[in-house]
Design a protein around this ligand. Structure first.
Ligand code: COA
Length: 705
């Protein structure tokens, strides 16, 4: 038996806070458990009543003599700890805390919350919440929430860090005909988190797709690992891209801001589909729920109005799907039967006066075309449009084909009846073409991603330099001296621009002669992150006289900025280069302070990521960057090059050629270096010069833990 069975498949449930008053939440939970047809034992717990809803009432959990698998606690936060202690005394199987008023309210709430965990840990009792709505498992006939009692059964498992979004999904599902296997309201994720459910839901044959609304990831690396091996598609909506939204998350479930670029990369590289909006989440779940198996990207559109057909065409192409090129035999067949003014090319316009039979004919013909993977049927309500008849024909034709068919009846009240017929037949129906295209794209991307995932081997072996490099870094904390950082890069044969670190002005002259004029003179210090901002770089120094002057100016600057132990660096001055950036960052665990001196880990990070893009002083202005999680595979490197203008220019735009292979090689070597130096926290190569057939690291910063 899995420990989560106590939560999702309990044989007995006690409800603490089952009130005598029907409108109180605890009572609603009890009533929902009864109404959902739960076959196990039910124990209302309330010291003020003898019987509630026809059941014998007990004053406390431990007063129940029989075994209790699940306890749902719905009393105010300040009384929860005592009940939890009683649950430990009774050795119950699992606990759900509905009450809000914990970590989402601030430090005091957090301390309260941690006490619950500490007490439950004594007997390893899992806890869901607090600040949650409860759970639903339709196959076990349990609805232990205060959401609506009747839920459509189906194959969607939905985990939500917002109870309200969950109830909206459940309500919407009923309108459009989709159903749920499970609903789990995660709340503040004090103990159980998304990661605990992925494996469990994967093993449940009633689950077809897992949807999640997450405000933060409890353990990023673990999530990636679980998602990669998940046999069920995982669809995630993670808000918090704007500063204002991040602030709002803090007061909702106490979530801390997590880096957006990292989350997107981590999800993409683990085969998870990330969606941007609530509509996209709902419709994507609908498509995954009803369509089994892979689909191609060639889409046919049948419409009774030109405008929506063209808009849909744009959406399809912009999102990376393709408007199917119909076979000439298909076009001929269409032309033979459709009116002469109909458009027999995709998007196929069956004209405004099309009745159900014309739609049915076009649909059958297009579905039979080998060049078509899926069909979108658009309908606008015109005076003569047979909305109901067309919907019925769509249902009939769909039964004859394995291809995915999506109906989009545009409009309001007039098309409502048609939409209903479609959804009750489990055919994906959307209100607007963009909803369909988003969901279709996600379906297509998922299977493409799965194929890439199967080729992915994340086992990088330590290189022969690992031991030496780690011994050089022994005792180093924080910023690594530039010369040492450069030495480390040299081990990996990462090409560095020739440089000289002069001891004094006389040595600088010797260095400049070696490097040969014109040269660049730089002031080096761990505190100098943006050298150009403080004029710490002298470019195009032509001769000895200019060198002495630049050296003196930079020395004065170092004194003015109080840069103790500063150094100078001399490099050749090179022009006509493409300036790139390669950065590595470690996504740290998020810690929060509890009490005076204690900190706890709130969430675990995603590990190392690599960023590539346009470098130089305007990196932060242009933001032409692409990021991937490390370890990288070849496909990842191809992606980051394709996803940036820097990468596209590098491949040779307007007759200027660069050495892409060498840039790829530097990225691969950094991938290895990160694997070898596990306590590396940051590596910043900016700029990396690409010039003709050469590539050089010009500036490097390295930080270790
Ligand atoms: N053991 C058993 N029963 C207890 C009890 C205890 N220790 N303490 C109180 N009770 C009883 C009460 O007497 C009451 O029963 P009664 O109405 O028959 O007298 C019942 O439990 C409920 O307690 P009450 O104090 O009336 O609480 P409430 O129902 O008004 O509120 C919560 C409790 C949990 C609903 C409320 O505190 C809360 O947190 N609301 C927000 C919930 C939320 O939004 N969660 C997140 C969703 S996403």
């Amino acid at each position: 038996m899995h420990f989560i069975d106590n939560l999702l498949k309990p044989g007995s449930i006690a409800v603490v806070g089952a009130s005598r008053e029907k409108q109180k939440l605890g009572r609603m939970v009890l009533d929902n458990i009864v109404k959902s047809g739960f076959k196990g034992k039910i124990y209302p717990i309330n010291p003020k009543a003898k019987r509630i809803a026809g059941f014998t009432c007990h004053p406390t959990v431990s007063a129940v003599r029989q075994k209790i698998d699940l306890v749902v606690i719905s009393i105010p936060a300040s009384f929860v700890l005592d009940v939890v202690k009683d649950c430990v005394k009774k050795s119950v199987g699992a606990v759900i805390v509905i009450a809000s008023g914990f970590s989402e309210t601030g430090k005091d709430g957090l301390e309260q919350e941690l006490k619950l965990k500490e007490v439950l840990a004594k007997k390893n009792i899992p806890l869901l919440g607090p600040n949650c709505l409860g759970i639903i498992n339709t196959s076990a006939h349990i609805n232990a929430t205060f959401a609506k009692p009747t839920i459509n059964a189906g194959n969607i498992a939905f985990l939500s860090q917002s109870g309200a979004l969950g109830t909206a999904a459940l309500d919407w599902a009923q309108k459009v005909g989709i159903g749920f296997s499970h609903f789990v309201s995660l709340g503040n994720k004090l103990d159980l988190s998304e990661n605990n459910f992925i494996e469990y839901l994967n093993a449940d044959k009633n689950v077809g797709v897992i949807g999640m609304y997450l405000e933060d990831f409890t353990d990023g690396k673990k999530f990636m690992e679980l998602a990669r091996t998940s046999s069920k598609p995982i669809i995630v909506l993670k808000p918090g891209k704007s500063k204002a939204a991040q602030h709002a998350l803090g007061s909702h479930t106490g979530s801390m801001a997590q880096n957006d670029l990292i989350i997107s990369a981590a999800l993409e590289q683990s085969g998870v589909i990330q969606v941007e909006t609530i509509e996209e989440l709902f419709y994507t779940l609908m498509f995954f729920s009803w369509h089994k198996g892979e689909i191609g990207n060639k889409i046919a559109v049948i419409t009774n109005a030109g405008g929506p057909g063209v808009v849909t065409t744009d959406e399809i192409e912009i999102k990376g799907l393709k408007l199917a090129r119909l076979k000439s035999s298909t076009k001929k067949r269409l032309a033979l039967t459709l009116p002469s003014s109909a458009n027999c090319n995709n998007p196929i316009d069956v004209l405004g006066d099309a009745l159900a039979d014309r739609y049915a004919f076009a649909l059958k013909t297009v579905l039979a075309d080998r060049n078509v993977d899926a069909v979108m049927v658009l309908l606008t309500p015109q005076t003569m449009t047979d909305i109901v008849g067309t919907a019925k024909e769509i249902v009939k034709v769909t039964k004859t084909s394995k291809k995915l068919l999506i109906s989009c009846f545009l409009g309001g009240r007039d098309v409502e009846k048609g939409r209903e017929i479609i959804s009750t037949s489990l055919i994906p129906g959307v209100a607007f073409p963009s909803d369909a295209v988003d969901a279709l794209t996600n379906l297509y991307r998922y299977y493409q991603g799965k194929k890439r995932l199967s080729k992915r081997s994340s086992s990088v072996k330590s290189s022969k330099y690992a031991k030496k490099v780690n011994s050089l870094l022994e005792g180093v904390h924080g910023v690594v001296d530039t010369q040492l950082a450069e030495r480390i890069l040299k081990f990996y044969k990462i090409p560095l621009l020739r440089s000289h670190f002069p001891k004094d002005i006389a040595d600088a002259r010797r260095g400049a002669d070696k490097v040969t004029y014109p040269i660049v003179l730089k002031l080096i210090h761990p505190k100098l992150v943006h050298k150009t901002d403080v004029k710490a770089v002298k470019l195009n120094v032509m001769n000895n006289k200019q060198l002495v002057q630049s050296y003196n100016e930079l020395s004065l600057l170092a004194q003015r900025l109080k840069l103790e132990g500063y150094k100078m660096e001399i490099q050749p001055f090179i022009t006509g280069t493409l300036e790139l950036i390669i950065g590595v960052k470690y996504d740290e665990d998020t810690e929060i302070q509890v009490g005076h001196a204690k900190t706890i880990v709130k969430s675990r990070g995603f590990g190392h990521s690599l960023l590539f893009g346009m470098g130089g002083i305007y990196t932060e202005v242009f933001k032409d960057v692409s990021l991937k999680m490390i370890p990288l595979v070849d496909d990842d490197i191809t992606d980051i090059l394709n996803n940036t203008y820097a990468g596209i220019i590098l491949k040779g735009e307007r007759g200027v050629n660069y050495n892409v292979k060498k840039v790829r090689d530097v990225i691969k070597k950094i991938n290895q270096l990160v694997h070898d130096i596990s306590n590396l926290r940051e590596l910043d190569i900016n700029p990396l010069f690409a010039c003709g057939k050469d590539v050089w690291v010009v500036d490097v910063k390295m930080f270790v833990a």
